[in-house]
Design a protein around this ligand. Structure first.
Ligand code: TYD
Length: 134
């Protein structure tokens, strides 16, 4: 399945901690875009899409949230609750995010600029694309 948890090296000293993300070091792609999701209201579920080509790493830099991932055959739940772990998602994976803690800041680094044409926002079309690809 097209996802992997990546542990980042933390540079720490008595002042606190720092994590650096660099393309082709801990992110296996060109970093073209960074966005972050915050202030998500209680009980909200978001995402509900797959991407045709995009590669992304999602990191909860504050708080926690859960990912529901579905490759058309297998479904999995991933909890992100620490800033030193990232979730790499690549390939045709349906994703939904939920259980955002009130302080959650979900940082996402992405391999491409925003392009609505790369999105599949309909689950039935996602399933058809999976069957078409396999
Ligand atoms: P949306 O895809 O609905 O977010 P989620 O996947 O978390 O449910 O995106 C919310 C809005 O932000 C939507 O109008 C598209 C816009 N957007 C951008 O303009 N640039 C971006 O990089 C992203 C991810 C979203």
């Amino acid at each position: 399945m097209g996802h992997e948890l990546i542990n980042f090296d933390t540079k720490g000293d008595d002042r606190g901690s720092l994590i650096a993300l660099e393309e082709y070091y801990n992110a296996p792609f060109d970093i073209k875009r960074v966005y972050y999701i915050f202030g998500t209201k209680l009980g909200v579920r978001r995402g509900f899409h797959a991407h045709r080509n995009l590669k992304q790493i999602a990191i909860c830099v504050s708080g926690s949230c859960k990912f529901h991932l579905d490759d058309g055959n297998q479904k999995q739940e991933i909890i992100l609750d620490t800033p030193d772990r990232g979730l790499l998602i690549e390939g045709l994976i349906w994703r939904e995010m939920y259980d955002f803690s009130p302080n959650c800041v979900l940082l996402v680094i992405a391999s491409e600029y925003y392009d609505e044409k790369d999105y599949i926002r309909n689950y039935d079309i996602f399933k058809k694309n999976i069957n078409h690809d396999s």
